[in-house]
Design a protein around this ligand. Structure first.
Ligand SMILES: [Zn+2]
Length: 216
């Protein structure tokens, strides 16, 4: 099962990814992790990437594509893969499609998580985090026992700087602008399933399984 998952911050992409990985026994391929690993191992592509990063430049698509191509041919990808955070642009999607076809691992399903703006707003602006132990609460959905205090360690809870309506709007606009061409590209291949991610995680995951079940 070759899957690509997309969704704006706050749509529960991390939770759904974990559930998919367990259910289908496939590896999680995120370009961030892949970059770090290549750099750590000192591969040729890693060294090349590092030279760009040290110069404060973006790592070019050609390097990322090379890493993805290698990564998808590793033994743990035999049953498939879950791509996350890549491809990010239309050009990346087009080039990646060529590579994936070449190695016989084209994307079979794109799961596009969608959440209504109002719901995302509630999820994000109600979020409180513990700066000391990292515990996450929500004023309405998962409030701490004592208002403003971490259940785990007693520290005072705070709000992430960018968990505001204004920042959310900016992030959503950016997300839509950048991912629309990618989603359209895969729409053209007939592999996209739009999933309403506003429901409970278990319900959302049922919908995902239903969509993926149609592939086999
Ligand atoms: Zn805490």
């Amino acid at each position: 099962m070759n899957i690509l998952i997309m969704g704006p911050a706050g749509a529960g992409k991390g939770t759904m990814s974990d559930l998919i990985l367990k259910e289908y026994d496939i590896p999680h391929i995120s370009t961030g992790d892949m970059l770090r690993e290549n750099v750590r191992k000192g591969t040729d592509l890693g060294k090349e990437a590092q030279s760009y990063m040290e110069a404060g430049k973006l790592v070019p698509d050609s390097v990322i594509n090379g890493m993805v191509e290698k990564r998808l041919q590793e033994p743990d990808c035999q049953k498939g893969y879950l791509l996350d955070g890549f491809p990010r642009t239309l050009v990346q999607a087009q080039t990646f499609a060529e590579i994936a076809d070449k190695i016989g691992k084209p994307v079979e399903a794109v799961i596009a998580l969608e959440v209504d703006f109002e719901i995302l707003k509630e999820r994000i602006t109600g979020r409180r985090i513990c700066p000391k132990c990292g515990a996450i609460f929500h004023m309405k959905n998962h409030p701490p026992k004592v208002e403003g205090i971490c259940d785990e360690c007693g520290a005072e809870l705070s709000q992430r700087k960018d968990d505001t309506v204004e920042q959310l709007k900016v992030r959503m606009d950016e997300y839509e602008k950048s991912t629309k061409p990618v989603i359209d590209f895969y729409e053209g291949k007939g592999v996209v399933t739009h999933i309403d991610a506003a429901n409970k995680p278990a319900e959302v995951f049922e919908k995902i399984k239903e969509a993926l079940g149609k592939i086999d």
